[in-house]
Structure formats: structure tokens, C-alpha cells
Design a protein around this ligand. Structure first.
Ligand SMILES: CC(C)(COP(=O)(O)OP(=O)(O)OC[C@H]1O[C@@H](n2cnc3c(N)ncnc32)[C@H](O)[C@@H]1OP(=O)(O)O)[C@@H](O)C(=O)NCCC(=O)NCCS
Length: 150
């Protein structure tokens, strides 16, 4: 099973206003030698989740990871567990977007990971930062370029 997203839905929004959209099922290839979820797998998933979120918010498919702040692995997950990943935009800069991330175990409700800052930068065709022009969150897909929004 791979990512599962709910277009437009925001029923996963919790009190801290993080939207939980993508769920993952922890499989054997995602485990470390301790038999628990490998941090590298989780970071790959989070980076991809943040990329999709940033592209939707900034309306630019050329949005790249600039910075990931301290990552706090607070608990883990085991094979067969289901986890969900949540993001929230916390700052719209001129060319950048800063997000907060949280991952939790669906069954236990335990928080697995928190990241206070994930920064993505909007780039032009030459790979230089370009102003995105946005100052607040969209909960729709209204910013995607026409040839991307199908
Ligand atoms: C993204 C990249 C073009 C930015 O270059 P840069 O010289 O830092 O550009 P700028 O100084 O103009 O900064 C661009 C934005 O990033 C922000 N930024 C730069 N360094 C930052 C840092 N360490 N922490 C937080 N934000 C930072 C700036 O504040 C600016 O945001 P703003 O316009 O909203 O104020 C360049 O660093 C790059 O190509 N990095 C590789 C990106 C990549 O390939 N990522 C995938 C993983 S390898």
C-alpha cells in the first residue's frame, strides 16, 4: 500500500491545526535492525509530503527543499503499524515556505516525530529563487498551473 490522500478533505485537522493527509503502512523494507521503523524511510516520506504540500501552496512544481530543522523522533512504529503524516504552513516568505511537520501512529495516537521547520524555496527555470506571491494557506488546488492541475 502506498500513500493515500484525500483531495480537498481536511477532516484530519487537529487542534494544533496540522492537516493529516497521507497514511503509510509500515512494511518489512521500512524497518531498521531494531525491527522498528527506519528513520531514513520516514524522512523520505516526509520530504515527499512536504514537496507536494509546498507545490500546492506555492503553485510551482519547481519547489525544492532548502532546510529541515531538528528532527525529534519521539516514538517509533513496528511492522504492520499505520502512521499518518501532517504538515502545516507556518510562514510564507518572499520565495520560501516554512512548514511544521508531525507524524503519529494511527492506532496508538502516539506522536512519532516532530519537525519545527521545513523550508522549501520556489525556483525559476534557471534554478534561482523566484517570488511566489502568496501570503496565506490555500486548502484548495487553485494555485497549480493549468498544465499540472488535471
Ligand atoms: C534553494 C537555493 C536555490 C537557494 O539559494 P540561496 O542562495 O539560499 O537563495 P536565497 O539566499 O535567495 O534564499 C532563498 C530563500 O531561502 C531562504 N533561506 C535561505 N537559507 C535558509 C536557511 N538556512 N534557513 C531558512 N531559510 C533559508 C531565504 O530566507 C529565502 O527566503 P525568502 O525569499 O522567503 O526570504 C539553493 O540553496 C539550492 O539550490 N539548494 C539546493 C536545493 C535542493 O536541491 N534541494 C533538494 C535536496 S538536495
Amino acid at each position: 500500500m502506498d500513500t493515500s490522500t484525500a483531495p480537498g478533505a481536511d477532516h484530519g485537522r487537529a487542534a494544533d491545526d496540522i492537516s493529516y493527509r497521507t497514511r503509510k503502512w509500515v512494511k518489512p523494507e521500512d524497518l531498521n535492525a531494531n525491527g522498528t521503523l527506519f528513520g531514513g524511510s520516514l524522512l523520505r516520506w516526509i520530504d515527499e509530503e512536504a514537496a507536494i504540500y509546498a507545490i500546492i501552496q506555492l503553485g510551482n512544481p519547481r519547489s525544492v527543499t532548502k532546510l529541515i530543522s531538528e528532527i525529534n523522533f519521539r516514538s517509533s512504529a513496528r511492522q504492520g503499524d499505520m502512521i499518518e503524516m501532517g504538515l502545516r504552513a507556518v510562514k510564507f516568505g518572499r520565495t520560501s515556505l516554512t512548514m511544521r511537520a508531525k507524524v503519529r501512529n494511527i492506532i496508538s495516537g502516539e506522536v512519532i516525530l516532530t519537525i519545527e521547520e521545513i523550508v522549501f524555496v520556489s525556483l525559476d527555470e534557471d534554478g534561482n529563487p523566484v517570488p511566489h506571491g502568496y501570503t496565506d494557506i490555500t486548502f484548495d488546488r487553485d494555485r497549480l498551473p493549468q498544465d499540472t492541475a488535471r
